[in-house]
Unconditional design. Structure first.
Ligand code: ATP
Ligand code: MG
Length: 263
């Protein structure tokens, strides 16, 4: 018989046994995402990323979600929290599809390959020697033309906005530098937006002015990095207007409506 007292205690203390890195990698191998593990390349609070080789001998990066530890109940990223394992499996699938959308929109992102269990696999940005460095890893002396890197970052934001996406964590920690090109990674928090604020309940699209706020936050984390490291200063509003392009009219209209409603 199930020991109800034990189950209740476990639920309160939220002692869910976390999948170890080894267990998670063994599962990714079982699920066919990779055949050989090279090295762990990223270890964060929510996920870890491993560099490996898949059955086609391609260099891959496999991102695996760790257990979501929370007592919060309700909707997380559009999924009802049935079990914590179901949630992290949903995260891997969600990020795979956002990555796929951006790849299809021809943005410089890794090509996503597959998802299974708590992981998804994608093209390794890098080569047999290993993964490319993050912008945050670059040393000032190593870079010939930092303003070219900044221009590339701004163009990515602009192309993403045209594809109706905002990244939400667009910083030097999620931008890779490989063969003189900037690549973006880490898409779980990226959002697809509508060209108006009125979105129907349950829609996967976020309202336009919410996307605009996220974009402003992204610019606010990107520009100070270039100022700090390379002493490059650009006009924030000029860049913002460049990134939003023709969508500016629609944003202004929605912002005006908000003022009318609140006054
Ligand atoms: N496709 C890839 N090619 C090369 N390196 C990658 C790739 N994807 C991820 N990485 C490396 O793994 C790290 C973590 O990836 P990501 O940013 O997607 O996860 P995260 O959840 O933010 O984890 P962290 O908290 O460690 O940053 C990155 O900082 C990067 O160095
Ligand atoms: Mg990251």
């Amino acid at each position: 018989m199930i020991n109800r007292e034990y189950l209740e205690k476990r639920d309160i203390n939220n002692e869910i046994s976390e999948l170890s890195t080894q267990e998670a990698l063994a599962e990714a191998i079982e699920n066919g995402l990779l055949v050989e593990v090279q090295q762990l390349i990223g270890q964060g609070k929510e996920a870890f990323v491993c560099w490996g080789i898949d059955k086609y001998q391609q260099q891959v990066a496999v991102k695996t979600y760790k257990l979501y530890r929370t007592t919060h109940r309700g909707i997380i990223h559009g999924t009802y929290r049935t079990s914590p394992y179901a949630v992290i499996a949903q995260f891997a699938k969600l990020e795979y599809y956002k990555n796929l959308d951006l790849h299809e929109a021809r943005l410089p992102v890794p090509q996503p390959y597959n998802y299974a269990g708590f992981s998804y696999s994608m093209q390794l940005i890098g080569d047999e020697e290993g993964p490319a460095p993050l912008l945050s890893d670059l040393s000032k002396n190593f870079i010939d033309d930092p303003s070219d890197i900044l221009e590339q970052c701004i163009d990515i934001l602009s192309d993403m906005f045209k594809a109706r996406y905002v990244h939400g964590d667009f910083s030097e920690h999620n931008l890779l530098w490989y063969e003189d090109q900037v690549y973006v990674i880490d898409f779980l928090q990226a959002k697809n937006f509508a060209l108006k604020d009125a979105v129907r309940y349950g829609s996967p699209l976020i309202p336009l002015t919410r996307a605009y706020r996220i974009l402003k936050k992204d610019l606010n984390s990107l520009l100070p990095f270039f100022k700090r490291l390379f002493r490059i200063e650009v006009d924030y509003n000029e860049v913002l207007n460049y990134v939003i392009g023709d969508i500016k009219e629609k944003i202004d209209k929605e912002l005006e409506l908000q003022v009318e409603v609140s006054s």
